[in-house]
Design a protein around this ligand. Structure first.
Ligand SMILES: C[S@@+](CC[C@H](N)C(=O)[O-])C[C@H]1O[C@@H](n2cnc3c(N)ncnc32)[C@H](O)[C@@H]1O
Length: 207
C-alpha cells in the first residue's frame, strides 16, 4: 500500500493540501455537521473534517487510517482543536470493534482509495448500528461518456501519484451493493477539472 518514500512522506502532504481547498471544505460543510452520537471516521487522513463536526451532537470521535503519517497529522490537528479522538491504525476491511457500535460512520474522499471497497463497506456496516447512518462525500464516476473515457485513461497515473486514488468509481452503486439504502443522494460537478470534480454526497442507512 505505501510503496516508497513518496507514498510515505510526500503524498500525505499533497493530499492534505488538496483536501483543504475551499471547494472541498464547502463539501464537508454539507455533510459533516449531520454526524451524531458515537462517530467513526474511515480513512481520516490529516483530520480535515474535524473542524466541521457539531460538537453538541457528537459524543465521541473514533478514527481509523492505516497510514502512519496521517495518524500523526490527525493527532496533531485534534490536539490543536481540543478534540479527544480514539485512533486505530488499521484498514477499514477489519475494524477491531464490536458489532453495531457506532451511530454515525463518516467516509469522505476515501472510497476512491480503498483497495476492496465492497469488502470494507460490509465491514463498516457490521460496526454501524441498525438505526445509524453512513455519511459520505466522494468524487467518482462522471455521467458523460467522454469524461469517463478521460477518467479511465488518467486512472493509472492518479493511482500512482494520489496514494492509490481511483477516478472512476461508481460510488452509489458500491454503497448500495454493500447493503445500504441511500436516503439522500446529491451529485454534480464542483469547480475543477471534470475528470476529478464529479461528486456524490449524502447519507445512507444499513438495510
Ligand atoms: C484522499 S485521503 C482522504 C482523507 C480524509 N478522509 C479526508 O476527507 O480528507 C484517502 C485516505 O484513505 C486512507 N485509506 C487508504 N486505504 C484505506 C483502507 N483500506 N482503509 C482505510 N483507509 C484507507 C488513506 O490512508 C487516506 O488517509
Amino acid at each position: 500500500m505505501f510503496r516508497n518514500f513518496y507514498d510515505l512522506h510526500i503524498c500525505p502532504h499533497m493530499i492534505d493540501f488538496f483536501m483543504n481547498m475551499k471547494i472541498i471544505k464547502k463539501q464537508r460543510l454539507k455533510v459533516i455537521p449531520n454526524a451524531k452520537g458515537k462517530v467513526l471516521e474511515i480513512g481520516i487522513g490529516s483530520g480535515s473534517n474535524l473542524d466541521f463536526y457539531n460538537r453538541n451532537k457528537v459524543s465521541k470521535i473514533y478514527a481509523l487510517d492505516p497510514h502512519p503519517k496521517f495518524e500523526e497529522m490527525t493527532k496533531i490537528k485534534a490536539k490543536k482543536l481540543g478534540i479527544e479522538i480514539e485512533f486505530f491504525p488499521v484498514m477499514a476491511d477489519k475494524i477491531p470493534l464490536e458489532d453495531s457500535f457506532f451511530d454515525t460512520i463518516v467516509c469522505t474522499y476515501t472510497l476512491c482509495s480503498i483497495e476492496n471497497p465492497i469488502k470494507a463497506l460490509k465491514e463498516i456496516k457490521r460496526v454501524l448500528s441498525p438505526s445509524g447512518q453512513y455519511i459520505f462525500s466522494e468524487h467518482g464516476l462522471a455521467p458523460e461518456e467522454n469524461v469517463v473515457r478521460w477518467q479511465n485513461r488518467l486512472n493509472p497515473i492518479q493511482n500512482l501519484i494520489g496514494g492509490g486514488c481511483n477516478l472512476n468509481r461508481d460510488i452509489p452503486t458500491l454503497i448500495e451493493e454493500s447493503g445500504y439504502k441511500i436516503e439522500d443522494l446529491n451529485k454534480g460537478y464542483i469547480p475543477g477539472p471534470k475528470f476529478i470534480s464529479y461528486h456524490y454526497w449524502g447519507h445512507s442507512v444499513p438495510v
